[in-house]
Design a binder for this molecule. Structure first.
Ligand code: ADP
Ligand code: MG
Length: 217
């Protein structure tokens, strides 16, 4: 479903060029959950950003389903992100001026993919029923991340991309959030590519790949 082939990306400054990705190959099958590990600075976020179409690769190919992301224009990448991808980041990125209920529904409504039954199931499974009228600042970190996960899955993406989603949570809360992600991804049938530092969390997914020296080992 996701196929990354020979992907390269360098960052250039006036002084020098840093080759971050040097020919990355990676496949995620439909419904498969894959952990992406690697040292700090190894390019994990860069790779996720390229797959999400938030940045452009120098060379190589990213194909999601029947769409080649590399080569799309900005607006087409944004549309693909909206229609096919769910994104979860370490800093929850909720909209402060919207209630939990509106944060949850925001992206699926924009995408024209709002499904009240699925949304209600997400609310129940994520334990958010009693929090719907609250605002993000009135929530704990774990609660905010549960909302962010619900928001990302509400539009039924083909692939959920998560960049250290539990990086700001204590260990118990991280485990709880990870179990929810794993169960909800299985329930929705989407693929998962998740960056994590944690061996323990990586072991909870179907497969693990390691990024080192610009390549997937
Ligand atoms: P990771 O997520 O594995 O910690 P990143 O993908 O964030 O790594 O960064 C990989 C390397 O690319 C680092 O050396 C980082 O400094 C560099 N880098 C990331 N983004 C940029 C950018 N926008 N401009 C210049 N260098 C960047
Ligand atoms: Mg990172």
């Amino acid at each position: 479903m996701l196929s990354v082939r020979n992907l390269t990306k360098s960052y250039r400054s006036a002084q020098d060029t840093v080759a971050v990705l040097r020919g990355v190959d990676l496949t995620v099958s439909p419904g498969e959950s894959v952990a992406l590990t690697g040292e700090s600075g190894s390019g994990k976020s860069t790779l996720l950003h390229l797959i999400a179409g938030l940045d452009e690769a120098d060379d190589g190919e990213i194909v999601l389903g029947d769409i080649t992301i590399t080569g799309l224009k900005d607006a087409e990448r944004a549309a693909l992100r909206r229609d096919r991808l769910g994104l979860v980041f370490q800093q929850f990125n909720l909209i402060p001026s919207l209630s939990v209920a509106d944060n949850l529904a925001f992206q699926s409504r924009i995408a024209g993919r709002h499904d009240a039954t699925w949304q209600n199931e997400l609310i129940e499974r994520l334990g958010l029923s009693a929090l719907l009228k609250r605002y993000p600042e009135q929530l704990s970190g774990g609660q905010q991340q549960r909302v962010a996960i619900g928001r990302a899955l509400a539009s039924k993406p083909a692939l959920l991309l998560a960049d250290e989603p539990t990086g700001n949570l204590d260990e118990d809360t991280a485990d709880e959030v990870m179990h929810l992600v794993r169960d909800l991804v299985a329930r929705s049938g989407c693929g998962l590519l998740m960056v994590t530092h944690s061996e323990r969390l990586a072991a909870m997914l179907d497969r693990r790949v390691h990024l080192h020296a610009g390549l997937i080992a």
